[in-house]
Design a protein around this ligand. Structure first.
Ligand SMILES: Nc1nc2c(ncn2[C@@H]2O[C@H](COP(=O)(O)OP(=O)(O)O[C@H]3O[C@H](CO)[C@@H](O)[C@H](O)[C@@H]3O)[C@@H](O)[C@H]2O)c(=O)[nH]1
Length: 426
């Protein structure tokens, strides 16, 4: 039997996702109409013989997370549990801390997935690859090709082209190493814990040394904080244990709010195959739909509105006459009054956009002329100035009629009285 672990991080993570991550933990932010994590869970639940999915992170369990877990268990008819780390233990420390839970029931293998990626999740393909290629107890990293410059923002893998064995692994190198990058999706078996255990023991010894000669720190925590990438993969490379399965299917990181719009586009596109029922169609008496659009059944949309491509409309959203929405995510309870226009933006929960207002951002899509380009999830500022990016309205923001909001981030609960351009409105 198989298991899956999803690394969901915690509240200190997701800073590039503010102000949206103030309202909802980043892994629950809706992408293509459903919480980001639901795409992972659905993919894991589809793998034959999958018995349990564990979410590991350092969020305090809250109502929203609990509700999500209950719904996911019911929908996918599989055990989905949350295990809370007492502190950020890193990508390897969390799974090591909860190893007893992971190996209980004797799974022959388990997947580990980063929560902040969107992907077609070729998990069954990874399983077959492992059986055909690797040594019986080898581990598999999902890899994809990036362009030379962007590859350095990821874990880089040098492979043996014949066997696909990982010969060399460098996490976010400062000079070019390889254009094959780590997608943050792995197939392990319980042997991985021996390797993490070795690092843990070494850390403990180092800590002991520190205790003797320097000021005592929380040694247990420091020894348990282990990174899969730097501490484990780098050491395993070239040992005949680690293999890379390269996928041609879609994959992207979800770090910034802009990358959530891009990830929505990828998933909406996939819905043609996986969930055609989630895609809105042009029906008589309904709004005009252009391209891939998700509309929650509780949304109230005027038939003269035009939506798409790449639009997701959340629960209870109201959209008035003549409204135009493109490349945007409209979160639950928002109201778009008559004839307003929303482009490349995320409109926060319960926000209102006045009549004839224009809310617009600059897309941060990958270069369409480069087949290996990835989205740049850059920082908010470059050379001390706000980088033009998508416009984000936090929750409960009110935009007056007939104004333009361009490339701006508006923090929650703001009642604007004029237009803004390239600003963060605190
Ligand atoms: N439970 C838990 N999860 C964590 C922790 N730290 C990070 N995570 C989760 O682990 C994932 C990776 O997070 P980062 O540490 O921010 O790494 P990264 O910059 O995204 O890079 C990783 O992913 C890339 C692909 O998206 C890889 O290319 C790269 O090599 C690396 O694995 C995210 O889903 C994050 O929530 C932790 O202490 N505990």
């Amino acid at each position: 039997m198989l298991k899956a672990v999803i690394l969901i991080g915690g509240p200190q993570k997701g800073t590039r996702f503010r102000p949206l991550s103030f309202e909802v933990p980043k892994p629950l932010f809706p992408v293509a109409g459903v919480p980001m994590l639901q795409h992972h869970i659905e993919a894991c639940a589809k793998v034959p013989n999958m018995k349990e999915i564990l979410l590991i992170g350092f969020y305090q369990p809250n109502e929203e997370l609990t509700r999500f877990l209950v719904n996911a268990q019911q929908e996918f008819k599989i055990s989905v549990r949350y295990l809370q780390e007492y502190a950020a233990l890193g990508t390897g420390g969390g799974i090591y801390h909860f190893r007893d839970q992971i190996v209980s029931g004797n799974p022959e293998a388990f997947f580990v997935l980063n929560a902040d990626v969107s992907s077609a999740f070729p998990l069954t393909e990874m399983l077959s690859f492992q059986k055909e290629h690797g040594e019986p107890n080898s581990f598999v990293i999902l890899g994809t090709t990036a362009n030379r410059t962007q590859s350095m923002n990821y874990g880089c893998i040098v492979e043996n082209k014949e066997t696909n064995e990982v010969l060399h692994y460098v996490e976010k190198p400062s000079t070019f190493v390889s254009d094959i990058i780590n997608c943050g999706i792995y197939l392990f078996n319980p042997d991985i814990f021996q390797h993490i255990g070795t690092v843990f023991q070494k850390n403990q010894q180092d800590m002991l040394f520190c205790f003797c000669f320097f000021e005592p720190t929380n040694g247990w925590h420091r020894a348990e904080a282990i990174r899969l990438e730097q501490d484990i993969f780098t050491a395993l490379a070239g040992q005949g244990k680690l293999y890379v399965y390269k996928t041609l299917s879609f994959w992207s990181q979800i770090k910034s709010a802009g990358s959530a719009i891009y990830a929505s586009r990828l998933y909406l596109n996939q819905y043609h195959k996986t969930h055609p029922e989630r895609l809105a169609a042009n029906n008589e008496g309904g709004p005009t739909i252009s391209g891939n659009v998700y509309i929650h059944p509780t949304a109230n949309i005027d038939p003269t509105a035009m939506l798409g491509p790449n639009v997701s409309i959340g629960t209870g959203v109201t959209i008035g006459a003549g409204v135009r929405v493109r490349e945007s995510i409209i979160l639950h309870g928002a109201t778009l009054q008559d004839h307003c226009c929303v482009l490349n933006s995320i409109v926060g929960w319960d926000s209102t956009i006045g009549k004839w207002a224009r809310v617009e951002g600059t897309p941060s899509d990958p270069n369409p002329n480069d087949p290996y380009a990835k989205i740049d999830s850059e920082t908010l500022f470059r050379d001390g100035r706000l980088t033009p990016s998508i416009t984000i309205l936090g929750c409960n923001v009110s935009i007056p009629s007939e104004v333009i909001i361009l490339n701006s981030i508006v923090l929650p609960h703001k009642d604007l009285n004029r237009g803004f351009k390239n600003q963060i409105i605190l």
